[in-house]
Design a binder for this molecule. Structure first.
Ligand code: RB5
Length: 148
């Protein structure tokens, strides 16, 4: 799968760990940074990853910051992006199956590397169920920038 990954300084170690693991599994991973421990701004990486997914350069995005929250808030402002903050495997499976999430946001200060690996595995392997969920996702995406 083509995956685009990014982090700020607070997510660097986990992002680098997961990128290396994904590449070892055979995925085609583009790493947009950051690459150093220097303090930086998470929106820069969320925007880069979000646009890459929205424009079809990658099927899935992976974003890591301290909590995952700022990454998701930023990425979800980009049309076509459904970014989910996930800290457990049930939510990872559900947000793929029910929400067709296309960007996974993790918090390095929240989850350990082992749990993060399981979350990524679930996020990449579980398909969107469609059916009754398809109409709900379409309703969600049709409402970008609007009111219910
Ligand atoms: C950086 O200190 C931290 O605010 C950032 O990584 C992220 O957690 C924001 O949502």
């Amino acid at each position: 799968m083509r995956i685009v990954a990014g982090s700020d300084h607070a997510g660097l170690a986990l992002k680098d760990h997961l990128v290396a693991r994904l590449r070892a599994q055979g995925h085609e991973v583009t790493d947009v940074g950051t690459t150093t421990a220097a303090s930086c701004d998470y929106p820069d990486y969320a925007v880069a990853v979000g646009h890459a997914v929205a424009e079809g350069q990658a099927e899935r995005g992976l974003l890591v910051c301290g909590t995952g929250q700022g990454m998701a808030m930023t990425a979800n402002r980009i049309p076509g992006i459904r970014a989910a903050v996930v800290a457990d495997t049930f939510s990872a499976r559900s947000t793929r199956a029910h929400n067709d999430a296309n960007v996974l946001c993790l918090g390095q200060r929240v989850v350990g590397a082992g749990l993060a690996e399981d979350i990524v595995d679930a996020f990449l392997s579980v398909p969107f169920e469609g059916g009754r969920h398809a109409g709900r996702v379409a309703k969600m995406m049709g409402n970008e920038g609007g009111k219910p």
